[in-house]
Design a protein around this ligand. Structure first.
Ligand SMILES: O=C(O)CCC(=O)C(=O)O
Ligand SMILES: [Fe+2]
Length: 429
């Protein structure tokens, strides 16, 4: 089945980072992403507010922000250190009962692991590492920092840079070579991939144990039937790649996105360790376009992540929610990291999703794996698509194919494949 690919729209996450992207078109998010790249010191809430006020006109918002005296003053104040204060719309204080629900245009602030796991598909472990191990890892990352890069993107006629720096690490030199030449992110290869340094590798083992325990706990305690999600891998979660993000100062951020499934597979789990300055990790449920009038339809949840906290993004997360790191008006400096926050996302790349094995489109590039979110008729189904449709400056060949995935998320070429569970027989090719 090959639908015509009339839309030639850029991914709203193109400004965000090369390894993660939106599942489908979402014009409000796209405009927010453009605005965030043009005005990195404005919070997403402020930008959304302006966007609504200016009837969705990016140019209107930009002109207004450029001349806004109030915002100039806000910008100056944001340079000061202090307690991280609430952004516009924020409700005050922490939420202590699971009954509190998000609301359109509001941000629900969550601090405790109990509240976080009750309201979101995430669990959090505070004080995850022994203090000396956390310090050693932080020191190692500070030494690595000169090799971090901003992802660069082309957006319309503008060259845009991601509003934070990043580096991908894999565990051996062979893997570094493979990733350099075969794994694509937004249509390009990364050129600063590193070999996992010793502390990062040591901590990876600790993360592995805890993430597997958390997956079991989440499945038993939070799934109504105590079973994994359909397409969720039953195999042990073994991290073999880590993206390390660095946010230097409160203005550095990452826009709304969900993480690429292409190499992780459906219903991926990600272990995310935060070190240094405490920041807000924001999440919001993806609202089907038919039911939504704005990207903020169901409100946002701000998960406060202090130094040395491990957040597990569970299997529900990437297909059903988006996440971001909101700009902070002010931050408390960390004694070792200063104004920086490091975040390590430990990921489990599946061997059967190596790009040498996955389908290729007519451009002869390994296709990307996507999940339908917005169209009610096919929501939740996975498809392989031409990479170029989501890469800036490239034209898609329009190739598309429903993915053949079994109930464990495995494709037919993987060992132990159990048969197509992605589509009803009538919709299979
Ligand atoms: O910094 C964070 O906590 C989130 C980073 C993130 O979303 C990513 O690496 O994809
Ligand atoms: Fe992400």
């Amino acid at each position: 089945m090959e639908p015509s690919n009339k839309r030639r729209k850029l991914s709203p996450d193109a400004v965000k980072s090369s390894r993660s992207s939106d599942q489908e078109d979402d014009s409000t998010d796209f405009k927010l992403a453009v605005l965030a790249s043009l005005h990195p010191d404005r919070s997403q809430d402020v930008l959304l507010d302006y966007l609504l006020a200016y009837d969705g006109s990016v140019d209107g918002v930009s002109a207004a922000l450029a001349t806004s005296l109030k915002d100039q003053q806000w910008k100056k104040r944001s340079a000061a250190y202090g307690v991280q204060s609430s952004l516009p719309f924020a409700t005050s204080g922490s939420v202590t009962t699971p009954k509190s629900l998000t609301q359109k245009g509001r941000t629900l602030h969550l601090y405790s692991p109990e509240d976080i796991e009750a309201h979101t598909p995430c669990s959090v472990v505070h004080n995850f590492l022994p203090a000396d191990v956390a310090d050693a890892l932080l020191q190692e990352l500070l030494q690595e920092l000169p090799s971090f890069r901003r992802d660069k993107f082309q957006m319309f006629e503008r060259a845009v840079e991601s509003p934070h720096t990043v580096r991908l690490y894999v565990d051996s030199w062979d893997e570094v070579n493979e990733h350099n030449t075969q794994y694509m992110y937004n249509g390009g290869y990364l050129n600063n991939i590193g070999r996992t340094p010793p502390e990062l590798l040591k901590v990876s083992d600790l993360v592995r144990t805890t993430v597997n325990e958390e997956i079991t706990r989440r499945t038993n305690d939070f799934r109504p039937d105590g079973k994994r999600l359909k397409f969720q891998s039953p195999e042990e979660w073994k991290p073999n790649a880590s993206f390390v993000n660095c946010y230097s100062g409160g203005h550095e951020n990452v826009g709304w996105h969900s993480d690429h499934l292409t190499y992780l597979g459906p219903r991926a789990v990600i272990g995310s360790l935060s070190l240094g300055v405490k920041r807000e990790f924001r999440v919001r449920k993806i609202v089907p376009q038919v039911d939504a009038t704005s990207a903020d339809e169901q409100g946002q949840i701000a998960i406060h992540l202090p130094h040395n906290s491990l957040l597990v993004m569970h299997a529900e997360m990437q297909e059903e929610w988006k996440h971001s790191i909101a700009p902070a008006k002010s931050i408390d400096p960390h004694p070792v990291a200063g104004n920086r926050r490091f975040n390590i996302t430990y990921r489990c790349y599946k061997d059967y999703l190596h790009p040498k094995l996955t389908p290729r489109c007519r451009c002869n590039m390994a296709a990307v794996l996507r999940c339908v979110q917005k169209r009610a008729a096919t929501r939740g189904r996975y498809m392989w698509m031409c990479h170029a449709g989501f890469s800036v400056g490239k034209t898609s060949c329009g190739w598309f194919s429903w993915a053949d995935l079994d109930e464990d998320g495995k494709p037919p070429w993987a060992d132990g494949y159990k048969g197509n569970a992605n589509l009803p027989v009538s919709a299979r090719e």
